[in-house]
Design a protein around this ligand. Structure first.
Ligand SMILES: *Cc1c(COP(=O)(O)O)cnc(C)c1O
Length: 233
């Protein structure tokens, strides 16, 4: 089995270094462990090292792993994949967070379907910061109205914004996209929203995301190793 203790400490050290380099307080950026494609046994082993927040992209995997690990009471499931409306109920029942609310209909359904015995579902509005046609996420222009809609839904708690930038090695380009999302958050905060979360940055670009203000980085490969089948987004 992989040495999750070692890989997790390495990622946490990277996060600490990057937050310090950005002049930000240590502890101001959380680690979301992206466990997609890896078995529940790996999640359990990573949990044993102290990790609590795990991210999944596929509804079926979220359901299987959250059921298999139901004995871990304080584990926290974050849904970070594209969400179709026929899958919202399962996610509203199994996750504590959804990072990928990109249209009002999805927010409405999640709120309607969130079980009454659970606390409100934490959500981020996903924004397409690169403007690529193929990318999921609302446009920058649509984001304020979508944030207002989500914030008004009774069973959702709007926590912040999420983005997946254009895949590029160009650090300046990445930084600009991350800063675009950070600036949008500042505008929404100025408009009165309590947004404590900027979900951005993955294994390859977490330092850049933290430099731009990420409060939660979503890390898969650097923790669990290379995936044996590719993500479909
Ligand atoms: C897979 C995935 C990640 C993790 O990516 P790595 O490069 O493996 O760290 C983060 N966010 C989303 C939305 C993903 O789909």
């Amino acid at each position: 089995m992989a040495d999750f203790e070692k890989s997790r400490q390495q990622v946490l050290a990277k996060i600490t270094l990057a937050t310090e380099a950005a002049g930000r307080p240590v502890g101001s950026c959380a680690l979301l462990a992206v466990s997609k494609t890896f078995p529940a046994s790996d999640v359990r082993a990573c949990y044993a090292t102290g990790q609590r927040a795990f991210g999944e992209n596929y509804v079926q995997e979220l359901l299987e792993k959250s059921a298999a690990l139901a004995d871990l009471p304080d584990i926290e499931w974050h849904f970070i994949g594209p969400l179709q409306s026929n899958k919202t109920r399962a996610v509203a029942e199994a996750a504590q967070w959804v990072h990928t609310v990109d249209r009002a209909k999805i927010g409405q359904r999640l709120s309607d379907q969130r079980p009454v015995d659970l606390p409100p579902l934490n959500v981020c509005v996903q924004v397409n910061v690169s403007g690529e046609e193929s990318k999921s996420g609302c446009t920058l222009e649509e984001a304020p109205e979508l944030a207002a809609t989500v914030a008004a839904l009774p069973r959702l708690k709007l926590r912040g914004l999420m983005c997946i930038p254009e895949p590029t090695e160009d650090r300046a380009k990445l930084l600009a996209q991350f800063r675009t999302l950070a600036a949008l958050r500042e505008r929404l905060i100025a408009a009165g929203y309590l947004l404590d979360t900027l979900s951005m940055g993955m294994s390859a670009d977490l330092e850049t995301a933290i430099a731009a203000g990420a409060t939660m980085v979503r890390v898969g490969t650097a923790l669990f190793g290379a995936r044996s089948y590719p993500p479909n987004n």
